[in-house]
Design a protein around this ligand. Structure first.
Ligand code: MLT
Ligand code: ZN
Length: 456
């Protein structure tokens, strides 16, 4: 029996897609930057079916690429060419919230917004939030250790994971979903698989910690003179505001793109070189504390604060629409953006931000560099327009600049295929040798996400 026939027998005809038109939505990432043809797309419904798919692929030596909500930004979830594409979108089971433990077990295909709504309905919340919440899925968020806007308060996805269920390349199922608060019984496999980008196993269910639900929120959009001043503001906010949960930064050029794309009015009478978004949340209304902190921060040139949900959404739109606005600008110009996600030591942030446009111009003179990011973590999203033909050179130049500043070539999007060839800028030869030994131990035939993390 052919592999496709075996997969059909296991999953049903409707969930093995070979028709090019049906495969197409799975074969390109949403930015349009990564694309490849899959041998077929399979859509299992549960862990047992995932195990059947992987056993079938292992028997034939067929490589597999794993996809969640297809919101990734490093090409880790789309085929390079010829793989079986394993979509986890149907693993959408969400168990009741365990209030005693403050945790919930979710299928890999559960969307972030669904998880958040589920937790809130039970009087709790989920600690990770990001702009792609309506499409990003739990499996992909764990596999890439997604970060987002609340890392300052709750940590990244890694901090929320207390257990996983996963299937190895040979079909072996590992289930560790108890999520005990203390469990010192050897290597922590849940944390090993978190951030492994689908190279070690396929995550099918995860046990996630929940956080208290904040009844009140307040958001400030603040105009500042530059990166250093935004960091000065953050230092005041961190000192004074126990309720602080987000601190983001964007710049005048990015804000102008968002305004144009979303037809938004200017937030202030004057334009400023940089803008910070601060968000506080707590059991009592944090608005007065936020206003007081802003009044005490000399870096504030102008500020606007909103406490009601429409007002907060209006201020967040200036920051959260950047991804879409940059993509639309690139598409209008007939291309796709070059997107890099990096982290630098906080003290180096102003000089790296200042050096980036010139660094990019050195290899792509006509390009436009739009920067934004997560201020507290010194995590920059470097988006380059008009440099599609020079993507390799731009990536190389930016990642080398970051490495020279002792930063990381991936802060929260992962390495994927996009950055695999530059892994050695962030990890030593000894570290990479250990990573490869771990890969060899769990996936000796190299069938899971080939080309992701390790350049082939
Ligand atoms: C963001 O924080 O805006 C995201 O990580 C997405 C992006 O970089 O486009
Ligand atoms: Zn981000």
């Amino acid at each position: 029996m052919s592999l496709e026939a075996a997969l059909r027998a296991a999953l049903g005809d409707a969930h093995v897609l070979v028709d090019p038109e049906l495969r197409a939505p799975y074969e390109t990432d949403w930015t349009g930057r990564f694309t490849g043809k899959a041998r077929c797309v399979v859509r299992p419904a549960d862990t047992a079916q995932v195990a059947e798919v992987l056993r079938g692929c292992a028997a034939e030596g067929a490589p597999v690429v794993i996809q969640g909500g297809n919101t990734g930004l490093v090409g880790g979830g789309v085929p390079a060419g010829g793989e079986v594409l394993l979509s986890l979108a149907r693993l959408g089971e969400l168990e009741p919230v365990d209030r005693a433990a403050g945790a919930v077990t979710a299928g890999a295909g559960v969307r972030l917004a669904g998880l958040q709504a589920h937790a809130r309905a039970a009087g709790l919340d989920f600690g990770v939030d990001l702009a792609a919440r309506s499409a990003a899925t739990v499996g992909g968020l764990v596999a890439t250790t997604a970060g987002g806007i609340h890392v300052l308060r709750h940590g990244s996805m890694r901090s929320q994971v207390v257990g996983v269920e996963a299937v190895l390349a040979d079909g072996t199922v590992l289930t560790r979903l108890a999520g005990l608060a203390k469990d010192n019984t050897g290597y922590d496999l849940s944390q090993l698989l978190t951030g492994s980008e689908g190279t070690l196993a396929v995550l099918t269910r995860v046990r996630l910690k929940l956080v208290p639900l904040a009844a009140h929120r307040a958001v400030a959009l603040v105009g500042v003179a530059g990166t250093q001043q935004a960091q000065d503001l953050l230092a005041v906010a961190r000192d004074r505001l126990r309720s602080l949960q987000a601190a983001e930064i964007c710049y005048a050029d990015g804000l102008a793109l968002v305004r144009e794309h979303n037809r938004l009015s200017a937030p202030f009478a004057e334009a400023y070189p940089a803008y910070a978004v601060l968000e506080c949340a707590g059991g009592t209304d944090p608005t007065d504390d936020l206003l007081e902190a802003l009044a005490e921060a000399p870096a504030v040139l102008d500020a606007t604060v909103a406490s009601d949900s429409a007002g907060r959404a209006r201020l967040w739109a200036y920051r959260e629409s950047l991804t879409e606005a940059v993509n639309a600008a690139a598409v209008d110009a007939g291309g796709v953006p070059v997107k890099l996600d990096v982290c630098v030591p906080a003290g180096a942030l102003p000089e790296v931000v200042a050096a980036l446009p010139e660094t990019v111009a050195g290899v792509a003179p006509a390009a436009r560099t739009i920067i934004w990011g997560h201020l507290n973590e010194a995590n920059l999203h470097v988006n380059v327009l008009g440099a599609q033909e020079r993507a390799e050179q731009v990536s190389e130049a930016v990642l080398r600049l970051v490495a020279a500043a002792h930063g990381s070539i991936s802060s929260e999007h992962g390495v994927g295929r996009a950055k695999a060839r530059w892994l050695s800028l962030s990890r030593s030869g000894a570290e990479i040798a250990v990573l490869r030994r771990i890969k060899q131990a769990l996936d000796p035939a190299g069938l899971l996400n080939p080309g992701v993390l390790f350049a082939e």
